[in-house]
Design a binder for this molecule. Structure first.
Ligand code: PMP
Length: 304
């Protein structure tokens, strides 16, 4: 049964979901001065308890974003950690939850305004990708990935998602599920809301951190799981043409989780069916996020 979110945490206080407020001229909205994290909490099928996956890593990345954005007096990591746990607890979900933790400038002003920083944390239900077993149809976008010397992808700023949205809407209009974005040099970067991995000759390849990617928590997780399964991992620049000759391709991210790619630019990836390594990694990912294995208990923060 799908649960509904009735409570949101705003600036540390639990309030009814519909009552969260920010002024339309707040710098966080008017100039996109806002950073956020998308986090998931998973239910264990046996204990029925929820735990948040890799909460500390998300909080570290958010700290980096707040520093980069030069926020005055940002909320502490302890406050935000508590906010995440409270947002889940307050809604008592009977299933997985998707958590959006967002920090923004609440002051009114202009591009040079810093001022009062506010935050919200919402736990909401979120469907899993309907293509988890069948695979996505992706298209290489004619839009270019945002560059590090303009709007760094490494910083999870809400404003980055303007570029991601343009590419996503175009890819849907063109009949694809999602775009693959290339860097200005024409190397593979990532999708609009997830990182990309290829498998060639049994080796998992993922674009390096200087490929204008978000330094994804899931990507790091999957690289570690692959190594533990004995799959060699290469973190390096990847050519566009490698997408067409890869044996397997998949996307990974908190929201997408781990989803196979069936076609790219309407060419089948491998034989067009989800690959063996991809599905092995999907299974391994599922068991660490949900805690159906004892491995990596340090990645799961129980919601208590
Ligand atoms: N790239 C982009 C552009 C994203 O928006 C996301 C989702 N946050 C990811 C990659 C995956 O990051 P993570 O694994 O940390 O959720």
């Amino acid at each position: 049964m799908a649960w509904t979110a009735h409570t949101i945490i705003q600036n540390g206080k639990a309030i009814p979901f519909e009552e969260a407020r920010i002024h339309p001229l707040a710098v966080g909205l008017a100039y996109g001065a806002s950073v956020f994290e998308g986090i998931r909490a998973y239910i264990n099928p046996v204990t029925k308890r929820l735990s948040v996956f890799r909460l500390e890593e998300h909080l570290v990345r958010l700290d980096q974003g707040m520093k980069f954005m030069r926020f005055d007096d940002p909320p502490s990591r302890d406050e935000l950690r508590q906010g995440v746990l409270d947002s889940v607890k307050a809604n008592a979900p009977d299933d997985d939850a998707y958590i959006r933790l967002q920090v923004h400038i609440e002051s009114l002003g202009n591009q040079s305004t810093t001022g009062k920083v506010g935050w919200v944390c919402a736990a909401i239900p979120r469907e899993r990708s309907p293509k988890r077993t069948s695979g996505l149809a992706l298209g290489v976008s004619s839009w270019t990935r945002i560059a590090d010397n303009t709007t760094p992808a490494r910083i999870k700023a809400t404003a980055n998602y303007h570029a991601g949205r343009i590419a996503t809407l175009q890819s849907k209009a063109d009949g694809y599920d999602a775009p693959i974005l290339l860097t200005r040099e024409g190397k593979v970067s990532e999708s609009a809301g997830a990182c990309l991995c290829l498998v060639r000759d049994g080796v998992m390849i993922t674009p390096a951190r200087d490929s204008d990617i978000l330094e994804s928590v899931t990507r790091t997780t999957v690289m570690q799981l692959a190594a533990e399964l004995g799959v060699p991992v290469e973190e390096r620049r990847a050519d566009r043409s490698e997408l067409y000759v890869a044996d397997e391709v998949f996307l990974c991210g908190t929201g997408q989780e781990l989803v196979p790619v069936a076609t790219i630019d309407r060419l089948p990836v491998g034989d067009g069916k989800p690959g063996a390594i991809t599905m092995k990694l999907q299974e391994a990912y599922e068991s660490v996020v949900r805690g159906t294995t004892d491995a990596h208990a340090e990645w799961r923060t129980p919601v208590v």
